[in-house]
Design a binder for this molecule. Sequence first.
Ligand SMILES: [Fe+2]
Ligand SMILES: [Fe+2]
Length: 279
Amino acid sequence: MKDTLKTGKYELSAEVIQSNYKKFMSLCKLFKGRTEQLEQMYDGLTEERVLFAPGSSYNYFHNAIVGGYVDHVLRVIDFAKKEYDHFKALGLYTDNFTVEELLFAAMHHDLGKLGYPGQGKEHYVPCKSDWHIKNQGKIYEKNENIPNMPIQDTSLFLLQTYGIPLTFNEYFAIKTHDGLYDDTNKPFLVSWNISGKQRSNISNILHNADMAAARYEFEQWNEHTNSLNLDRLEDSSFSSNVTESKQIVVRSSYKNKKTETDTRWKDLSSSFNETFSSK
Ligand SMILES: [Fe+2]
Ligand SMILES: [Fe+2]
């Protein structure tokens, strides 16, 4: 069993940070009629800030690394499109919002993480306490020189500051993208009567894409640092049948478990296909 010490570092190379930035800025062109204002907004927030901003604060959250913000947003855009196709394939209703609205909301869902216009107004600043970095993995902390407002509200505030109009669907998706992780979303998302039911799936799609992207980034970090130390689960069993449970338990590192889970997956999928095709 490996010890719990971190064994590696997780970061993006200068090349990846630069090419991500280029790709990110070129996406402004997707939004015809708003491209110019979007470019003005990102210029106003400065190239340097957009290039280097992290995706979060603690190393075990997601992408709390230099360039982590743009890397995260690009992943959310990619996953949102895939999740949209998935919803469609499942037969869920996707006709009352457009792909442009979904991609726009994905591109700006975490915009507030770039902070406010003006020098020294970034949202995240490097953590100044060595103790917190070492013992809590707190790599960045919230800048004290900006207003205390939820990130999604800062995102919407910034868009209006730069005169960028939003459709209702875009506003709603950005505002509620954290789903029920954010208590202030309850009035929007939880309803016990028909009139309060969500009218479209745009927020759900964005939420799923964001969760998957954040999880992906966490797993990348964990794979490089082994901080979660899945080896501890090697011999854990939640079934009285130890042999059986050992076959299905998620094992040690993501790499070593592959052959075993692949075989198990093949068995499961053939019985699954048999059941569903004989319906
Ligand atoms: Fe977010
Ligand atoms: Fe996000």
